[in-house]
Design a protein around this ligand. Structure first.
Ligand code: ADP
Ligand code: ADP
Ligand code: MG
Length: 645
């Protein structure tokens, strides 16, 4: 077994790898950027080496510094995690050339699967079914269009070097083809430095099914069954599960065998995933599942496979990298129950899933022994604009799909995160929606159900009242934490004739005459002066002047207003500030334009994704400071909307 390991990554995956390495008695070495100086993975590792500035390009993507850090600390091996350098064959080679062990497949296997077109050619040769399409050398727009016409619309244009859901365009009609091609190539050039594309038949009712494979250096390859990752938003996975709903034994056998064949075709060693696309219009059928690509690394969603097989895939990786044979033979592996993973993102569904950055002043997730939590942050951590916005993964494992979904939905509802916003409530709604529970999912599920899955982002009346209750309780002092108590409330200076109850469910109040509590949130002022009739299942946390109300996965943060007088109606002004550093890729309005609430104003590229900034209310574009192509810092005023009067 290895004696020491450097983890060339950050966040939850670095913490995950450290956990297993430590259990195996391996010394762990973290690397970190400026932004991660106090990160959890740095605190958890035995040693840590600073490798550069916050942008990944200046730290986590600088192979030489990572190898130097390994040399300096005497590390025996490097684990790349996922993302960053994990699928970079040149880096893998440099690690080997430096005399270190690379915890991953050999560089030739990475290269063979690195470009989608070459990988598909190779799979065709190996007899693995691939999505019908055009993989040709001729990249002229005329030829590409001709091939698309021949395949028949809808088609999907994909950057051959694409990844992470970028560099992809669905085209529904011949007339849109050239425009989509140009925009796909533009994105491919800026993200991957390679404009080559391939064209695929767009599969209708598509389901993303992938198979976990594992090889060792003794020529063995096994599979660890399938995962279904169809719940996606803009081609990014959001909820994953194993096994796949509706998969019968014969179909499973066929696709897992195809995956093993694919891995063997590239002499695969280590953990890998073969991604397939399935036409699920008539259920899952072996003859309607095609190879899409291979990810030559550990996958974000590997925990669901670990849960149903009882195996530790990081341990498998470390054993295989040490030259040991695979821990299990194929006939020793089986599926136990059902596991589902939800990715908790720092983003705000109510404002178009805009990433949300800042400090985790309130943070409590997965507080149940029934839930497995993988995270790289803790209370007080900072979500920075430099890396992707995933802050945790919550994983549940149950006897049945329903019980796993129920447990996970509850965990999402019970999460408390603020002031950073998350998709917790969105995840809870998805996991408890009727169609999800029926297993009638495909990659369009989220887009088709968006209206019912996305909340308003505004607190309910009960949530506001609950915040007021908490303030009252706080001001009146704590009289102990009996499950249910009641007392004559006194407010200084004059006695306050009312009563407040607190139970495990929250606060209740009966007051006569009416009392007033004033709160503010996001520029709005709430004055609560009514009697609460029903108690709601809400919980509250007070920290100084901030009151958090947690309501089914939504965390609303209020600030107590100390003055009793009339609240200045801080009429929300329509200044649209850049929520994070980024680049303006489109300006969708002109000065003087009339806009309606929700209308797209500016498109910003930040945290690896495009985000639309929209009008907060109906009005007129009074100021416009955004310039296409311009770099902006956090807080830059981009557009100001003046309210219709
Ligand atoms: P996997 O293929 O392992 O399921 P993905 O393809 O979703 O994972 O992600 C691969 C890489 O892309 C990871 O490094 C992950 O951090 C990053 N990533 C995942 N989701 C996002 C996102 N919403 N925005 C930016 N990067 C992401
Ligand atoms: P990436 O490298 O970005 O992960 P993939 O080729 O794995 O790209 O595709 C990402 C997602 O795009 C898939 O999970 C699926 O939702 C969708 N997709 C890919 N190919 C097709 C297709 N031919 N038809 C329909 N949807 C597809
Ligand atoms: Mg993929």
């Amino acid at each position: 077994m290895l004696t020491s390991l450097l983890i060339a990554n950050r966040g939850e995956i670095a913490c995950r790898i450290i956990r297993t390495a430590r259990a195996l008695g391996i010394r762990t070495i973290a690397v970190y950027s400026d932004a991660d100086a106090n990160a959890l993975h740095v605190r958890q590792a035995d040693e840590a080496v600073h490798i550069g500035a916050s942008p990944a390009r200046e730290s986590y993507l600088v192979g030489d510094r990572i190898i130097a850090a390994a040399k300096q600390t005497g590390a025996a091996a490097i684990h790349p995690g996922y993302g960053f350098l994990s699928e970079n064959a040149d880096f893998a080679q440099a690690v080997l050339d430096a005399g270190l062990i690379w915890v991953g497949p050999n560089p030739d296997s990475i290269r063979a699967m690195g470009l989608k077109d070459a990988a598909k050619q190779r799979m065709i040769a190996a007899g693995v079914p691939v999505t019908p399409g055009y993989l040709g050398e001729d990249q002229s727009p005329e030829r590409l269009k001709m091939e698309a016409d021949a395949i028949g619309y809808p088609v999907l244009i994909k950057a051959v070097a694409g990844g992470g859901g970028k560099g992809m365009r669905r085209v529904d009609t011949a007339t849109e083809f050239v425009d989509s091609l140009v925009s796909c190539q533009r994105e491919a050039a800026s993200s991957f430095g390679n404009t080559d594309v391939l064209i695929e038949k767009y599969i209708l009712s598509p389901r993303h099914i992938e198979v976990q494979v594992f090889g060792d250096s003794h020529g063995n390859v096994v599979h660890l069954f399938e995962r279904d990752c169809s719940l996606q938003r803009r081609h990014q996975k959001v909820i994953e599960e194993a096994p796949a709903p509706g998969m019968d034994a014969a179909t499973r056998e066929a696709i897992c065998a195809a995956a093993v064949k694919a891995a063997k075709a590239v002499d695969y060693v280590g953990a890998g995933t073969i991604e397939f696309i399935a036409d699920a219009s008539e259920g899952l059928r072996a003859d309607r599942i095609w190879f899409m690509e291979m990810n030559t690394r550990l996958q974000v969603e590997h925990p669901v496979t670990e849960e149903i097989t009882g195996q530790d895939l990081v341990e498998w990786q470390l054993r295989v990298a040490s030259g040991e044979p695979l821990p299990k033979r194929q006939d020793e592996l089986s599926i136990d129950g059902w596991a589902i993973e939800a990715r908790l993102y720092a983003e705000d569904p109510a404002s178009g899933f805009l990433p949300s950055i800042g400090k985790l002043d309130f943070f409590s997730i997965g507080e149940s022994h029934l839930i497995r939590t993988e995270t790289g942050v803790a209370l007080g951590s900072e979500i920075s604009p430099f890396y992707d916005p995933m802050i945790a993964k919550l994983i549940s494992h149950g006897r049945s799909r329903d019980s796993a979904a129920y447990g996970l939905a509850n965990a999402c509802r019970n999460s408390i995160v603020a002031p950073v916003k998350t998709n917790a409530a969105f995840l809870a709604r998805a996991l408890s929606s009727a169609d999800f529970l029926l297993g009638t999912i495909d990659t369009g599920f989220i887009a088709n159900h968006e209206a019912e899955l996305v909340g308003s982002g505004e607190p309910s009346a009960a949530a506001i009242e609950c915040a007021a209750m908490a303030v009252l309780h706080d001001e009146m002092g704590d009289a102990g934490s009996v499950q249910l108590w009641q007392y004559e409330a006194r407010r200084q200076p004059e006695p306050y004739p009312g009563s407040v109850w607190r139970s495990l469910a929250g606060f209740r109040m009966a007051a006569e005459p009416r009392i007033r509590v004033a709160l503010t949130r996001d520029g709005s002022t709430f004055v609560v002066d009514r009697v609460v009739e029903k108690s709601a299942m809400l919980s509250t946390i007070i920290k100084d002047d901030r009151i958090l109300v947690a309501d089914m996965g939504e965390s609303y943060l209020f600030t107590r207003l100390r003055s009793d007088g009339v609240m200045a109606g801080a009429a929300a002004d329509g200044a649209i500030l850049s929520p994070m550093p980024g680049r303006i890729i489109a300006v969708n309005v002109a000065a003087g334009d009339t806009v309606t609430k929700g209308q797209k104003l500016v498109t910003l590229e930040a945290m690896k994704m495009e985000h639309s900034l929209t009008a907060p209310f109906d009005g007129v574009v009074a100021d416009l400071n955004a310039v296409e192509g311009g770099q902006v810092t956090e807080g830059t005023m981009l557009v100001r909307i003046e309210k219709d009067s």
